[in-house]
Design a protein around this ligand. Structure first.
Ligand SMILES: O=C(O)CCC(=O)C(=O)O
Ligand SMILES: [Fe+2]
Length: 342
């Protein structure tokens, strides 16, 4: 399965740039461009979004400083999967690869995670910077969600009223990612900085740093089977200040598949590439846990957002168990075939 996803060829794509400047005056134009981007590629750049480069750089610096702490300190904030908050290092195994991503990450939410915020002593300014950045990401996200609702023919608050960060059941998450420096190292084909996956959420905002390449997408309608075994992968080049946005599974279902969530991954660079560290920052929008996700034509069966996520995680877990069982069977078969005849 993993080897196959490597075999999919790559092509260059120019992803659509959605310009959010003069939002109120240009909303109609923005909706048009956004709908094209969200229904065709599912991945697009968002530019002139109002988060200034200095703030983005400062957030990256905060992330860098946190990850530079000894593991002993970071492990005080080890991830709690049930709250999707905290620190993990090389523990996320994707069903597309069967091995842990070559990365560490730190996830923070809005409510109920007091024990997962690093103390001021451990990471000065971390909480304040993250919370400020989350507010900025939320502002951009609400504009995009509003435009998507109108573009789909719904009332403008159709999605935004279910992404209410003042509610205690908000699931929006800020994820800081650090892919380690692997200079001089060579990994097998099934090792990825982030294995192929779709996001479970409604809308992801992703910040990258120039030169730290590796993000690839298998866009929209072309994905036909599981784990990125669609037609072509395309690189999503990091452009400083621009946000890379992608549609997630939750809003794909909510929109009866009109908005397209698609597979993406982060390649582990080879010896000929830049193999230094990569830092990225993702802001995942998810509907409030109690929100009802209901389509109008294809997915008319309502589902609570919390259950949707639970089911998505269970599907992932089951796919991983299946992969492991298959690997064990293959290994047992190889051993049998390879054992000397008696
Ligand atoms: O780091 C990246 O560029 C992508 C991360 C990602 O896809 C994720 O965390 O879901
Ligand atoms: Fe992702």
């Amino acid at each position: 399965m993993c080897a196959k996803s490597v075999e999919i060829p790559s092509i260059h794509r120019d992803f659509i740039r959605v310009d959010l400047s003069n939002y109120e005056q240009r909303r109609g134009e923005i909706i048009k461009t956004l709908m094209e981007a969200a229904t065709e590629h599912g991945f697009f750049y968002v530019v002139n979004h109002g988060i200034c480069i200095q703030d983005i750089r400062a957030m990256f610096q905060t992330s860098h400083d946190f990850f530079a702490l000894p593991d002993q300190i970071k492990s005080k904030y080890t991830i709690d999967i049930s709250r999707n908050a905290g620190w993990e290092k090389q523990t996320q195994v994707r069903p597309s690869t069967g091995v842990a991503d070559l990365k560490e990450s730190m996830q923070m939410g809005y409510h109920g995670i007091e024990d997962k915020w690093p103390t001021e002593q451990d990471s000065p300014g971390f909480r304040q910077k993250c919370e400020q950045f989350m507010q900025q990401c939320n502002h951009v996200s609400l504009q995009l969600l509003e435009c998507l609702a109108i573009g789909l023919g719904f009332p403008e608050d159709y999605f935004t009223r279910y992404h209410d960060i003042t509610q205690s059941d908000i699931l929006n998450t800020l994820r800081l990612l650090h892919y380690h420096d692997i200079t001089g190292q060579v990994f097998d084909n099934n090792y990825w900085r982030a294995g192929a996956h779709t996001d479970f959420d409604t809308l992801t905002l992703l910040f990258q740093r120039p030169g730290e390449n590796g993000l690839e997408v298998c866009p929209g309608r072309e994905v036909s089977t599981a784990f990125g075994q669609g037609n072509y992968w395309s690189a999503v080049t990091p452009l400083e200040g621009d946000i890379v946005c992608n549609i997630g599974d939750m809003i794909m279902r909510w929109s009866d598949d009109r908005l397209k969530s698609n597979f993406h991954r982060v390649r582990a660079p080879g010896l000929k590439d830049y193999q230094g560290a990569r830092y990225s920052i993702a802001y995942f929008n998810q509907a409030n846990k109690s929100a009802v996700i209901q389509g109008r034509s294809v997915y008319i069966e309502p589902i609570i957002a919390g259950d949707f996520l639970k089911q998505a995680m269970e599907r992932n877990y089951n796919a991983l168990q299946k992969l492991k069982a298959k690997e064990q069977m293959d290994m047992a078969q190889e051993n049998t075939l390879g054992s000397p005849a008696t």
